[in-house]
Structure formats: structure tokens, C-alpha cells
Design a protein around this ligand. Structure first.
Ligand SMILES: [Zn+2]
Length: 192
């Protein structure tokens, strides 16, 4: 094969007198441009898992992501494993033992405990629809979560959330309120 024959096929992109990196590789024209961002995607996964919650008042979802943009834990608020949803109370008022508060596991706790590889949580980022409480903040710090991305902070003045902010600040956990670029995602489950 003569030297000139190299101009054929794949080598046509890279003439011998040019380094490959000096060439601009043309982009494909058929890529979708309205795909959702990583932030919106992970928050949407958190929101989707919130749909599993049985809580009639507050449905929260959480999604933990590692540095490779891989989801490593998902959870939503619910009662501990094996505890019937029909036996424990969902009430917010009344005697302490007649409310959900002593029994419910928050979405962040469940996302952490659902993670198959607990060591993988070190350095991870957690997406959650509602700003975490102090109990979840402690747990998140202890497993090494380094960033929290949240949607709503509507109870921010409540002492448990003030304490959570203090914990995150002292522990060096970054906090970021997400302003989604996608307001609504429609999912179809009745694919024809
Ligand atoms: Zn919590």
C-alpha cells in the first residue's frame, strides 16, 4: 500500500501532516437539545421517589449521587421496615405517641440506609426536595455527604432546621438551593 492510499477511510480525517487534535471534529446535527440537566434529573428522581410516600401531608424524596454522577441511594419518608403503614399514626397533632414524629424515617435517612455501598457515601451529594432536619443533618455529616441540593426551605425558621444549618456549616457541607430550569416533567407509563 502506497503512502497516498492512507487518504481513504477513517484516515481521511487525519492527514499525515496534521496532528489529530488540530482538527475540529464536526458535531452530529441530530442530538436533542431539550434534555434535562443533571441537577434537574437528580431532583426529579428525588421527587419521583416522594410519590411512594404514604404521608398524607408531606411527601419528601432524596437521591444521593457520587462524583461520577451515579445514583447510589434513593429514599422517601416512611415508617421503619416491617412496621405496618396501617398501624402507626400519620397525625401531626396530639400526644407525641399518637403522631408520626417518633416513628417516621425521613427521606434522607432512607436514602443513606438504602445505599448498597455505605463507603461510597463519603464525598457524595444529596438531592432532597425539602431542606433537611437536624437529625438527618447529623446522619449526613457522619456518612461523609459533602453537598446538599434542596428545593424548598419553607420551614427554615423552625429550630430543627436552624440547627441543621449550624451543623452543615460547622461540618463544611455545601448547601445549594436549586432553581430548576425545568418546572415540570411529564412521565407516561402507558407506552403503546
Ligand atoms: Zn430529617
Amino acid at each position: 500500500m502506497g503512502r497516498n492510499d492512507r487518504g481513504r477511510g477513517a484516515w481521511a480525517l487525519f492527514p499525515l501532516n496534521l496532528h489529530p487534535k488540530s482538527y475540529i471534529i464536526p458535531r452530529m446535527a441530530n442530538k436533542r437539545t431539550d434534555y434535562i440537566s443533571w441537577d434537574d434529573y437528580f431532583m426529579a428522581v428525588a421527587q419521583l421517589s416522594a410519590h411512594r410516600s404514604k404521608d398524607p401531608n408531606t411527601q419528601v424524596g432524596a437521591c444521593i449521587v457520587n462524583e461520577h454522577m451515579r445514583i447510589i441511594g434513593i429514599g422517601y419518608n416512611g415508617f421503619p421496615m416491617g412496621c405496618s403503614d396501617d398501624v402507626l399514626p400519620w397525625s401531626r397533632e396530639g400526644d407525641f405517641l399518637d403522631t408520626k414524629y417518633p416513628f417516621v424515617c425521613h427521606a434522607e435517612m432512607n436514602a443513606i440506609t438504602n445505599a448498597a455501598n455505605k463507603q461510597g457515601l463519603d464525598g457524595a451529594r444529596l438531592y432532597v426536595s425539602l431542606f433537611p432536619c437536624n437529625e438527618c443533618a447529623k446522619l449526613m455529616v457522619q456518612v461523609g455527604i459533602k453537598e446538599v441540593v434542596y428545593l424548598s426551605d419553607k420551614y427554615g425558621d423552625d429550630p430543627v432546621f436552624v440547627a441543621a444549618r449550624k451543623i452543615f456549616k460547622l461540618a463544611g457541607v455545601r448547601l445549594r438551593q436549586l432553581e430548576p430550569s425545568t418546572r415540570e416533567i411529564n412521565l407516561l407509563l402507558d407506552v403503546e
